[in-house]
Design a protein around this ligand. Structure first.
Ligand SMILES: O=c1ccn([C@@H]2O[C@H](COP(=O)(O)OP(=O)(O)O[C@H]3O[C@H](CO)[C@@H](O)[C@H](O)[C@H]3O)[C@@H](O)[C@H]2O)c(=O)[nH]1
Ligand SMILES: O=C(O)[C@H](O)COP(=O)(O)O
Length: 320
């Protein structure tokens, strides 16, 4: 049985122009922050930042601040992003009194402490095929409907092999996220790309969420938004086509572990919330299986609004 994807607030492409949204945003007094969490993305981050600055800062003032959060990179990500025109922060140097953890979710949570926008737009920093109107489309629904808290992007996503042929991409999406959604949160099953790194959220709502420090940040935000405000508070928008870097299978095992740990926690089946999970994977060396042990971080940051440093910062910026 097939279901139309439009069983929730689904928006097509090209509904808004950047100029029209910039004007609506100005009239509504909203500010937009684009945040790119980046770990070792020196090859792609420069062109992503340059194109965003050119189209959506200089040509049309849609983006109010463009921030790269450097997530423990060991390459030149910081310097390349700064030279291209982004404001760059090292995740470990943001609110250092709160300590530092590895992970993408950590970089996104820390971004709350260095940004001011009312709408936070997140994008992966390893995109190789994408359009700057991703940001336009992710912002649009918020300006149309005050009941929307989170906007998720979806797209066609080929996985291009070395020989030029293409496979369907999204291994964790298909083998972990969709089955978990089907079992626990069928109300989210209309989301075409539940793990997409291109999504946007109201800052006031993101600051109320407990945020997994690793790759479970996306699914946790969806589950928690639907639990608190109903699935109707989530919109999705067609972004066209997107191609990005791909991780190997063992590294995707880490992502899957983080997502499953979060799902067990949110489903109320966790007896405790551990800091790490011992994941044992295997490689074949000299025709023998060799155990590869990894301790996968599955911890979470508390809602930023519960952190004194965040509260005092918000009060200073928005005194009532
Ligand atoms: O510790 C980390 C790991 C990754 N990243 C950045 O996060 C983005 C996405 O990371 P990537 O490893 O490319 O993720 P994918 O394998 O593509 O995973 C997809 O699925 C994940 C789970 O939902 C999402 O977090 C990703 O955004 C989404 O692209 C990139 O800019 C990375 O540089 C960090 O900032 N810190
Ligand atoms: O969404 C996913 O499942 C992960 O990003 C992995 O995607 P890939 O299989 O296309 O690398």
């Amino acid at each position: 049985m097939s279901h139309p994807v439009a069983n929730r607030r689904t928006f097509g492409r090209g509904r808004w122009s950047a100029a029209e949204l910039a004007e609506r945003k100005r009239r509504q007094g909203l500010r937009v922050s684009v945040v790119l969490p980046a770990r070792d993305e020196e090859k792609t981050i420069g062109s992503i930042v340059e194109r965003l600055v050119s189209d959506l800062v200089d040509a049309v003032p849609l983006i109010d601040e463009l921030v790269v959060v450097d997530s423990d990179s060991t390459d030149a990500t910081y310097a390349v992003a700064a030279a291209a025109g982004a404001r760059v922060h090292r995740a470990s140097e943001i609110a250092p009194e709160l300590g530092s953890r590895p992970g993408k979710g950590e970089a996104m949570w820390k971004s709350l402490f260095v940004t001011e926008g009312d709408i936070l737009v997140f994008m992966d920093a390893d995109l190789v095929e994408w359009e700057t109107d991703f940001v336009v489309n992710l912002v649009g629904p918020f300006l149309e409907d005050r009941g929307i808290d989170l906007v998720k992007g979806f797209y066609e996503r080929p996985l291009i092999l070395g020989d030029g042929s293409a496979l369907a991409a999204g291994r964790v999406t298909e083998l972990v996220a969709r089955p978990v959604i089907a079992l626990q949160w069928p109300e989210l099953s209309g989301l075409v790309q539940p793990l997409a790194g291109e999504w946007a959220i109201r800052r006031s709502w993101f600051a109320e969420l407990s945020v997994p420090t690793g790759y479970a940040v996306e699914l946790a935000a969806l589950v928690d938004t639907a639990a608190a405000h109903g699935a109707a508070a989530i919109a999705q928008v067609d972004l066209g086509r997107r191609e990005h870097g791909h991780q190997g299978l063992h590294d995707l095992g880490v992502m899957a572990t983080q997502i499953l740990a979060m799902a067990r926690d949110r489903a109320g089946r966790a007896t405790e919330r551990p800091e790490t999970v011992h994941l044992r994977q295997f490689a074949i060396r000299d025709e023998e299986p060799v155990a590869l042990d990894r301790f996968v971080p599955v911890d979470e940051r508390p809602p930023a609004v519960s952190v004194a440093g965040y509260r005092s910062r918000e009060t200073a910026e928005h005194p009532c």
